[in-house]
Ligand binder design. Structure first.
Ligand code: GNR
Ligand code: NI
Length: 178
């Protein structure tokens, strides 16, 4: 198993639409394990497979508070099947856009359908952080980033900053890149 590199904006692969998992096999289980290792190492509360360059519709998540027991969750082929009209504003971040945080408005309650690692289908109602996070992750599976939900002015500014940093071979935040 291994911690994998996380793709960083403006990597074009982050704009790919991921394809459904057709068979949950040993390769799927290995990918899920590497996603958890990468997510916990980062650290992050969620990860979509495309963030480590695998265009599959797989999401890992752990919303347990720091110092509480781990609560690893896997969502295979997750779908948003219902969403509330009322919106919730939550500050979001993304491991593919390090150290950039912005408020995002999304449906406060959603209903999702997904498969677990045993291939069993689940339908659950989600609110709070789970609702925010699963929508953020399903967006990744469709090539959408949280900055697509903020103003164009802010989005263009952050894309420009990361594009410039990539050209210099640096991450924004490194003083040499600024
Ligand atoms: O670690 C993460 N934190 C987070 C905070 C608010 C809303 C969404 C997220 S997901 C993010 C990890 C990530 O980039 N997942 O794709
Ligand atoms: Ni993300």
């Amino acid at each position: 198993m291994a911690v994998r590199d996380i793709l960083i904006l403006p990597d074009k692969r982050l704009r790919q639409v991921s394809t459904p998992v057709v068979k949950i096999d040993a390769a799927t289980r290995q990918l899920v394990e590497e996603m958890f290792e990468t997510m916990y190492a980062a650290p992050g509360i969620g990860l979509a497979a495309i963030q480590i360059g695998e265009p599959k519709r797989i999401v890992t998540m752990d919303l347990a508070k720091k110092d509480d027991p781990k609560e690893p969750q896997v969502f295979i082929n997750p779908e948003l099947i219902d969403e509330s009209k009322d919106q919730n504003i939550h500050e979001e971040g993304c491991l593919s856009i390090p150290e950039y945080y912005e408020d995002v408005s999304r449906p406060a309650q959603v209903k999702i359908r997904y498969l677990d690692l045993e291939g069993r289908q689940h339908e659950v109602n989600a609110g709070g952080l789970l609702a925010t996070c699963i929508q953020h992750e399903i967006d990744h599976l469709n090539g959408v980033l949280f900055i697509d939900h903020i103003s164009k002015l802010k989005r263009d500014r952050v894309i420009k900053k990361f594009t410039k940093a990539a050209k210099l071979g640096k991450l924004p935040g490194d003083r040499a890149a600024e």
